[in-house]
Design a protein around this ligand. Structure first.
Ligand code: AMP
Ligand code: GLY
Length: 444
């Protein structure tokens, strides 16, 4: 019987745990988590609570459990070299080594890689280790985006118009960042519609999963601050209403070239997930950033659709045999909505910001899947902790049906919770379609 180690404690990992347990090979799951996720715990043979910056503890648990391989969910353990530590102990993993995880952890590494290997998709950009030359470069850009080098928990990117307005503010922000980071990347602000293309990679072969669109803004109509993601959708034809097959092919072609470049640059094959955050602009597909893992929420859109045995997919990634596999996803539409505490994503000084820890009750949920995130199981019931609480996923033949399934299930979750009712609805989707039409018309 196959024993599998899963590292991570969010809804993304709950979806991964479910995909593992769905395997016909009846695998046993051993889960290493920062905090207990009752959804993952219920699917696990054994759990171990610990820190992601202590690879030795993870290796000790993996050894004791005699796992055949590991699946790493979040970026934190990757950035602390857990895959390297497991490899030293003879345990292979779905997830890149620390050096390869720079694809996510260092924005400058990735931009430089694309440039060095002549891979399309970069906006105009420059990396700075000191403030020399920043001002002159800022003058060359119409719109500015500033990215600190290093992992920033997805909250470090500063976009003109959102986080700052003027060039002089941009200059001051760069100077500040350089006090606490080794470098800063300054780049041209791209305009268009964003999409996530999560690809499986065994070091040589890259296989795309269906594209997904995430919604980062906290409130309806994309208002409010950016969050980790309030929900996402994917369509039955494995395209998106604003995205055709040639744009998906463009994004996949970029990712294939990046996988190849990574191997040439480091000498190590990338085994894991390459999740490209792309944007379709009036001049084609551009790269916003790569992540070295599945997206959260996007994993919840695609993993439930996977018809191929996930254990076989993991083995193919590890053994370098993805080219011999036919990986099939169900032709269904999915809509994921995150149920969050009402105070989620609000500034610290907001009166409701503290109301993140409360009891919730889940009534009858029909047809939807629930993936737990920041949820604590106490003797008297389920409590939200600090962050996004439950990912609710509707799956159906059409986006409209999937949206309704998700919405009905969200309605069955009672407590001081909030969600975005507009995600996956036709009016919001049509806005995206119209946005692209307008951009393309302007470019003619
Ligand atoms: P985060 O997920 O917090 O790292 O933020 C990434 C977000 O910043 C993306 O989803 C985009 O919305 C935005 N972003 C990053 N780079 C650019 C860019 N060059 N042009 C426009 N928006 C960008
Ligand atoms: N959906 C955004 C992320 O996983 O980074």
């Amino acid at each position: 019987m196959t024993h599998v180690l899963l590292i991570g404690n969010g809804a993304r990992e709950h979806a991964i745990a479910e995909a593992i347990r769905r395997s016909e090979q009846s695998p046993r799951l051993y889960s290493f988590m920062k905090t207990n996720n009752p959804g993952i715990a219920a699917l696990s043979e054994e759990i171990c609570l610990g820190r992601y910056d202590r690879p030795k503890e993870i290796v000790a648990f993996a050894r004791k459990a005699d796992v055949a391989f590991a699946v790493v969910g979040p970026e934190d353990p990757l950035s602390h070299g857990v895959v390297d530590a497991l490899a030293e102990a003879g345990i292979l993993a779905v997830g890149p080594t620390q050096s390869l995880a720079r694809l996510e952890t260092s924005k400058s590494f990735t931009r430089n890689l694309l440039e060095k290997y002549n891979i399309p998709g970069n906006p105009r950009f420059r990396n700075f280790q000191s403030s020399d030359g920043i001002e002159a470069f800022l003058d060359e850009l119409d719109g500015i985006v500033i990215k600190p080098d290093g992992l920033t928990g997805g909250k470090g990117v500063l976009v003109q118009g959102d986080h700052f307005q003027t060039r002089s503010e941009a200059r001051d922000l760069c100077r500040d960042i350089l006090k606490s980071h080794p470098g800063v990347t300054v780049e041209e602000k791209l305009e268009g519609e964003e999409f996530s293309l999560q690809c499986l990679c065994d070091g040589r072969t890259v296989v795309a999963t269906p594209p997904v669109q995430d919604h980062k803004r906290r409130f309806v109509d994309d208002r409010g601050p950016n969050t980790g993601g309030m929900g996402s959708y994917s369509d039955a034809d494995h395209l998106l209403p604003f995205l055709d097959a040639s744009a998906v092919a463009e994004a996949l072609a970029i990712t294939r070239q990046v996988a190849d470049a990574l191997c040439r640059e480091t000498g190590i094959p990338y085994k894991g997930i390459m999740y490209g955050g792309f944007i379709i602009t009036r001049s084609g597909v551009k790269l916003i950033e790569y992540n070295a893992r599945f997206g959260d929420p996007e994993a919840m859109n695609i993993l439930p659709l996977l018809k191929t045995d996930f254990i076989d997919v993991c083995r193919a990634i590890i053994e370098g045999t993805l080219d011999r596999m036919d990986i099939v996803f169900d032709n269904k539409a999915t809509v994921c909505k995150y149920v969050v505490p009402t105070g989620y994503g609000l500034p610290q000084d907001h009166p409701e910001a503290a109301s993140t820890s409360s009891r919730i009750e889940i009534g009858e949920v029909q047809g939807a899947r629930l993936y737990y995130s920041s949820i604590d199981q106490r003797t008297d019931g389920l409590y939200m902790t600090s962050s996004r609480a439950i990912g609710v996923v509707g799956i159906a033949d059409s986006l409209a049906e999937a949206e309704q399934i998700a919405e009905r299930a969200v309605g069955a979750i009672r407590g001081p919770v909030d969600h975005r009712p507009d995600i996956g609805t036709n009016p919001l989707i049509q806005k995206r379609v119209q946005h692209m039409k307008t951009l393309k018309a302007e470019s003619i």
